[in-house]
Write a protein that binds this ligand. Structure first.
Ligand code: NDP
Length: 451
């Protein structure tokens, strides 16, 4: 007879066949929960799985704005408020042409467990739009963000739902969103995180996800009596998470030798120059070909020169790999290439960057594997610290926030490792993180009753 997990997954597949990313995320989480479900029959009795895979609320809206030529443009905006059992909804806003309900539901679903793991009182959500910020002027970005907030403001608030950044949504976009939110609600509060330091942002929030993923990898290495110091690392992506992952790797004495964007990869045997990377990506907003123009030791490989189902970054020999770009950027063939080249550690900065097959390959090989919902939780955890500072009308030093971030990443690692050990698989942090994140939310849902 089919197990509880199998029945829920099958029914979901029938209901949402057009949502592959969401189904992938659900399968990854639910498959590892079976031992916890066996141990506590209350979860099935209270239909926790059936309830936890459905968002509490999904908002979809039209976003009309006017471009620099005076033409009217129309995009779709979304907010998926997935689960508020342990705290107000929280999760980023993604601005990318690939955004659809499947991707936002996968991200929102993952966010429930990630936020629970941080040990802080935060529910799970995600939102965004199919708007493409690439090539748009500052004024166009501003008009889009204002139009987006004109609808979204009705559904958010400091104790209701607190959006943040994600792909395509950085400090500039959060600034425009916050300005409009403040005007519409007449409230200066902590409803958006990732704000500019001039109006309530937190020091170390920009760096938090990238730094946090390295702290998490260090915790995994400590548990194995090994270290990242002196080791070669590969990083994918060239945005917020990748940049600060590279910076922290340098600070701890490791050497990141790659970064990538949607068009190609940089290999720099001398170690990625973070100052140049920031100049190219944060200031010039240019392609990585520009990095190769500025750094003579760098070699650029265009993505188009590589086989369609492979990613050049993962062919570079390394001790540790940090996927920090986007979902499904590391498949089984990529995982095999990493393992064949001696990779001993994978820590995920992006959300769901490894396919299910790649995850199984890492677990079977017994390397240190830090799944996204644990390894990249530093961003949302620091967002919560921003909310705390806003509520107390205060601002903490960089060292204070970074210190709290370090403690939180260690707590997340230790919680996932202890839970994995409790269920007899001490090296399986996927199982440990999923069960630890799930139990807190499920127990809260039971305690709050059926409502
Ligand atoms: P950014 O927009 O700052 O950077 C994203 C980077 O990934 C860019 O270099 C982009 O290249 C690249 N990229 C995007 N899509 C693709 C693709 N299809 N193929 C190859 N490269 C791609 O986003 P972030 O750094 O903020 O986010 C990166 C990942 O980390 C996402 O999965 C996000 O959900 C996750 N994350 C982010 C957090 C944060 O605090 N920012 C918190 C937790 C998770 P290009 O410039 O060419 O588009």
């Amino acid at each position: 007879m089919a197990t509880y997990v199998e029945r829920v997954v099958e029914s979901l597949k029938k209901r949402y066949p057009e949502q592959p990313e969401f189904l992938q995320a659900v399968q990854e989480v639910l498959q590892s929960l079976q031992p916890a479900l066996d141990k506590n029959p209350k979860y099935e009795q209270f239909k926790i799985l059936e309830r936890i895979v459905e968002p509490e609320r999904t908002i979809k809206f039209r976003v009309d704005w006017v471009d620099d030529k005076g033409e009217i443009q129309v995009n779709t905006g979304y907010r998926v408020q997935f689960n508020s059992a342990i705290g107000p909804f929280k999760g980023g806003l993604r601005l990318h042409p690939s955004v659809n309900i499947s991707i936002l539901k996968f991200l929102g679903f993952e966010q429930i467990f990630k936020n629970s793991l941080t040990t802080l009182p935060i529910g799970g959500a995600k939102g965004g739009s199919d708007f493409d910020p690439k090539g748009k002027s500052d004024m166009e970005i501003m008009r889009f963000c204002q139009a987006f907030m004109t609808e979204l403001f009705r559904y958010i608030g400091p104790t209701v739902d607190v959006p943040a950044g994600d792909i395509g949504t950085g400090a500039r976009e959060i600034g425009y969103l916050f300005g409009k939110y403040k005007q519409l609600t007449r409230n200066f509060d902590g409803t958006l995180t990732g704000k500019n330091l001039l109006f309530g942002g937190s020091l170390a929030r920009t760096e938090a996800t990238g730094y946090g993923v390295v702290y998490f990898a260090q915790n995994m290495m400590d548990a194995r009596k090994d270290s990242l110091a002196g080791k070669t690392c590969v990083v994918s992506g060239a945005g917020n998470v990748a940049t600060y992952c590279c910076q922290k790797l340098h600070q701890i004495g490791a050497k990141p030798v790659t970064v990538s964007d949607s068009r190609g990869m940089i290999y720099d045997p001398n170690g990625i120059d973070v100052k140049v990377l920031k100049q190219v990506k944060e200031i010039e907003r240019a392609s990585l070909t520009r990095y190769a123009e500025l750094v003579s030791s760098a070699k650029y490989t265009p993505a188009s020169s590589y086989p369609k189902d492979r990613h050049a970054v993962w062919d570079v020999p390394c001790f540790a790999a940090f996927p920090c770009a986007t979902q499904n950027e590391l498949n089984l063939a990529d995982a095999k290439a990493l393992l064949a080249n001696g990779c001993k550690c994978v820590a995920e900065g992006a959300n769901m960057p490894s396919t299910l097959e790649a995850v199984h390959a890492f677990l079977e090989a017994g390397i240190a594997y830090g799944p996204a919902k644990a390894a990249n939780a530093g961003g949302v955890a620091t967002s919560q610290l921003e909310i705390e500072q806003n509520a107390g009308m205060t601002a903490w030093s960089f060292e204070t926030v970074d210190g709290r971030l370090k403690e939180i990443m260690k707590a997340i690692h230790d919680n996932a490792a202890a839970t994995a050990a409790e269920f007899g698989q001490p090296n399986n942090l996927v199982m440990g993180a999923n069960i630890a994140g799930f139990r807190k939310v499920a127990d809260a849902m039971i305690a709050e009753g059926v409502c």
